[in-house]
Design a protein around this ligand. Sequence first.
Ligand code: ATP
Ligand code: ATP
Ligand code: MG
Ligand code: MG
Length: 238
Amino acid sequence: MANSKHEYVKSFEVQDKIMLPTLMVVVIDGRNFRRFSEAHKFEKPRDRKALELMISCANAVMEKYADIIFSYGYSDEFSKILSLLVSFFTSVYTLKWKEFFPHQKLLYAPSFHAHIIRCPTLEVLQNYLAWRQNDCHLNNLYDTCFWTLIKSGKSESEAHGRLKGTQTQEKNDLLAQNGIDYNALPDIFRRGSYIFRDKENKAIMEVSYSEDSKKKIVIEHCNIIDDDFWDSHPWILG
Ligand code: ATP
Ligand code: ATP
Ligand code: MG
Ligand code: MG
């Protein structure tokens, strides 16, 4: 196609180029997983196996791409990074499905959408992650209340109506009345999961070995909104 009248289309390929150095977060999110989670009978509000499958996929991505910490900084084309990561994540998800759901057939091919967050400084990156973790908590609190109401016989619209405008304390009280101590729910539900390379020779919970970096990849569900996490894990963003 060189020198042909069609060659001008090449100029559209470079629109995604960005300048380095920059910190990037690649956000990967299941497409229409509301439907997918219903079709595959995920436990509500949170199916632990489904979360573990996602973690396992993220872990596989980190094993394959040694430069990923939370950010990714070695290529110059983010569309290429994005397409590599999201397609690899998706194929691992389908490959590992059986391992996590031996009794539930995968009914159709799931897909994931992805986008890039560019962070100009480490502080922006930390604040971005803190914001996501807070979102995880808010969603989990709401969904736990919502499904408690559904399981006690309310319709979806009644449940949303009951929760409309409620603050944290009121939601905690509603759960307490149903015998649920919100703060005693597993960290994986309340706080989500972080995967990172450990400092050499110091395993918190060994998950697997990354061939490229020879550092253990660990999973934690701790609070990263406070600075304590970053203070005690200085090598991650170091
Ligand atoms: P979109 O394509 O816009 O991302 P979506 O349906 O995936 O649409 P999200 O806002 O990403 O919408 O929400 C994820 C959906 O998947 C929610 O309905 C959530 O309850 C469900 N879901 C995801 N993971 C789990 C899980 N581990 N257990 C139970 N439900 C889950
Ligand atoms: P990149 O990651 O840069 O795309 P690549 O190895 O996939 O690297 P391509 O330029 O995309 O390089 O070339 C595709 C390669 O896959 C070629 O080596 C080609 O011979 C091989 N290949 C793809 N499809 C087939 C096929 N149907 N039969 C035989 N070989 C194939
Ligand atoms: Mg989502
Ligand atoms: Mg989604």
